[in-house]
Design a protein around this ligand. Structure first.
Ligand code: ADP
Ligand code: MG
Length: 480
């Protein structure tokens, strides 16, 4: 397959649905929250009862504008809502209110690892309900499906990219950055596994050098970044095989099965005209003043790209900056520690080292622990002032996360403060030297790498508390 891959160019465009974290639904006052008793968040509007009228939630518009600005989009003065008709048991009205030809955001882009990926549009729409199929959710063995309409009417922003991506890796990077952005601006959880962010991948292939795109297949049901990459890889091979066998790729919607590691045909692809879109008669076109846009622009928080650049300007490597930005909880914690004046280098070593490892092991978020930014900043200050060594810091940080005790208290209670007093260190060094005559002789005979052994012995004696630089200096002096 690898050499066949060289003959073709891959074209990918993503449609990403982000559930907006508003308090209530897009056109109804029902709570917009996950995890409630089925069909408990369903007003007559959500149920699509005859005669009810939708009322647009202003917060949805605010979040739509904020996201559009973060994606470098234009926000047209006017947008409108349209009805998209289709039948499905989780859609009681028989149509979805969406935006067709006048979306809220247009003409954006993101720079992903130096490459510009166009964003055609982003539009607002309502989510549908959910079908709970036989065997799922504790109704094992049942031969029916149930409808839960709690999700119906949840606000969605659908973000449509240009077909600008050329590999599964580019698609994944784009998707990850999009997830970072919606999380940092606070409009969406960005949780692929739980479906608060969903991605349809459109994939086609064409002979290398061709200007004409091939027919695309649309892949649904990818629930993680790695699944997205796997699904695209599978689909590329599938399409190459068809074309190499003299066949043609058909335009269709396919479902990714992450267990079987393959895509399966779901349905032929509808065209826009199949949905009989028409302007939603129950909602006025929406006019967005320039002042409104400006107000939102003024409140734009720091975006992931800006954060990475700031971290790099503080001396973090590009890799460290990216890893920390990927984990929003850690990045926000890091920012607080920095605000308290801590050394960025020491802070990042703790956060990416002991702290991240502990959180991963225990499957916790930093906010689930008792470590406060103030306590970490104090610990770092104690290291900077040579009150304790870095090693002691590493020894006590886990306890600080577990029980919230400040570093100064732990150090005092356990007598961990660094020994910097020359006289005291000299005494210990002398003791170590006296106890190891053979090594001393070998050292003096030229085996200078034995210095490490002596340093180790001194540290053992002092339980890691001796100032390492003084130990080195004094050892060299005494060993001659
Ligand atoms: P639909 O709603 O019918 O899927 P959209 O225009 O909303 O159509 O979305 C089409 C998506 O498919 C966009 O992300 C676009 O970039 C992508 N796309 C269009 N043509 C191709 C192609 N030939 N190969 C891959 N992706 C494509
Ligand atoms: Mg589509």
């Amino acid at each position: 397959m690898e050499d066949l891959r060289d003959k073709y160019e891959v074209v990918i465009g993503l449609e990403v649905h982000a559930q907006l974290k508003t308090k209530s639904k897009i056109f109804a006052p029902d709570e917009n929250e996950f995890g409630h008793e089925p069909n408990s968040l369903v007003s007559p509007i959500t149920l699509g009862m005859p005669g009810v009228l939708p009322v647009l939630n202003k917060e949805v518009v605010n979040m739509g504008i904020l996201t559009g600005l973060a994606l470098n989009c234009e926000i047209p003065e006017r947008c409108k809502f349209d009805r998209k008709q289709y039948f499905y048991p989780d859609l009681p009205k028989g149509y979805q209110i969406s935006q067709y030809d006048e979306p809220i955001c247009v003409n954006g882009y993101l720079n992903i690892k130096g490459k510009r990926i166009g964003i055609t549009r982003a539009h607002l729409e309502e989510d549908a309900g959910k079908l709970v199929h036989a065997g799922a959710d504790g109704i094992a063995g049942s031969s029916y499906s149930l409808v839960d309409l709690n999700r119906a009417g949840t606000p969605l922003l659908e973000i449509v990219s240009e077909p600008d991506m050329r590999s599964s890796e580019e698609a994944r990077n784009y998707m990850e950055e999009l997830r970072n952005i919606v999380r940092y601006i606070g409009v969406c959880d960005g949780n692929l596994e739980e479906g608060s962010m969903r991605c349809d991948a459109n994939i086609s292939i064409m002979p290398k050098g061709s200007k004409e795109f091939g027919t695309r297949a649309e892949i649904k049901n990818v629930n993680s970044f790695s699944a997205l990459q796997r699904a695209i890889e599978y689909e590329i091979d599938r399409q190459i095989e068809i074309v190499e066998d003299g066949g043609e790729v058909v335009q269709e919607t396919r479902l990714w099965d992450d267990n079987a590691r393959e895509t399966k045909s779901m349905r032929g692809k509808e065209d826009a005209h199949d949905y009989r879109y028409f302007p939603e008669p129950d909602l006025m076109p929406l006019v967005i003043s320039r002042e409104w846009v400006q107000q939102i622009k003024d409140k734009m928080p720091e975006l992931p790209q800006q954060k990475r650049e700031r971290y790099m300007s503080l001396g973090l490597s590009e890799y460290d900056a990216s890893v920390i930005v990927e984990q929003m909880g850690l990045a926000l914690f890091f920012d607080k520690v920095l605000k308290l004046g801590a050394s960025p280098k020491i802070a990042v070593n703790f956060i990416m080292g002991e702290i991240a490892a502990y959180l991963k092991e225990e499957k916790l978020e930093i906010t689930d622990t008792k470590l406060t930014p103030e306590n970490l900043a104090e610990l770092i200050a104690m290291i900077e002032k040579n009150i304790i060594s870095n090693n002691i810091g590493k020894q006590i940080i886990i306890d600080m996360m577990k029980d919230g005790t400040p570093a100064s208290k732990i150090v005092e209670a356990r007598g961990l403060s660094q020994i910097s007093d020359e006289g005291a260190i000299k005494e210990i060094v002398q003791k170590v030297v006296d106890a190891n005559p053979q090594q001393v002789e070998a050292y003096r005979g030229g085996k200078v790498q034995l210095l490490g052994f002596f340093v180790g012995q001194v540290m053992k004696e002092t339980k890691g508390r001796a100032n390492p630089k003084s130990v080195n200096d004094i050892l060299k002096e005494i060993l001659g």
